[in-house]
Design a protein around this ligand. Structure first.
Ligand code: HEM
Length: 140
């Protein structure tokens, strides 16, 4: 699904933003709430813990890109959790745009067309799987 070049591209760009993880996650949620203010109430008032959880989970996902089984089992858990939070399929493109925006801001000139394309593909794979699993039968 992903080429070795795309995986390398996503990993090296992620490493760069991970060095400034707080900035990246702050920009990400700011942009999300600008694009979708109606989503703000789904999240806790204090976002500090979630920011750390989000970047840590992104690191796990990026680390699993060359092991589809591992990647998909992580996305399945996330997808089920997100269905419980009330997240719907139409929210995913908004989160995708906020994520790309925060990566672009974090990377500056390193945000090339190639990097953007690779991240779009990765987000598509992750979000499609989360959406598909959340449409399945509810688990206890
Ligand atoms: C690649 C996509 C996404 C990733 C990696 C991600 C990651 C996370 C993580 C790690 C958590 C902490 C709890 C848990 O692990 O389940 C979380 C919680 C949450 N996410 Fe996401 N998420 C994604 C997409 C979305 C989307 C599309 C929405 C829709 C607005 C969303 C809304 C939420 C909400 C409302 C919570 C719960 C906050 C709380 O009550 O603590 N997420 N997300």
């Amino acid at each position: 699904m992903l080429t070795a070049e795309e995986i390398a591209c996503v990993r090296s760009s992620f490493d760069m933003v991970f060095a400034n993880a707080t900035d990246m996650t702050t920009t990400f949620y700011q942009r999300l709430f600008e694009l979708a203010p109606e989503c703000r109430s789904m999240f806790p008032d204090n976002m500090d813990v979630l920011k750390r959880d989000f970047i840590a989970t992104l690191a796990v996902l990026v680390g699993s890109l060359d092991r589809m089984t591992g990647l998909l089992s992580s996305t399945d858990i996330l997808g089920r959790n997100h269905a419980r939070y009330g997240v719907r399929p139409e929210h995913y493109p908004l989160v995708g745009e906020a994520l790309l925006w925060s990566l672009a801001k974090g990377l500056g000139p390193q945000w090339t067309a190639e990097v953007e394309q690779a991240w779009r593909k990765v987000y598509e794979i992750i979000s499609q799987r989360m959406i598909a699993i959340s449409a399945g039968p509810r688990l206890p």
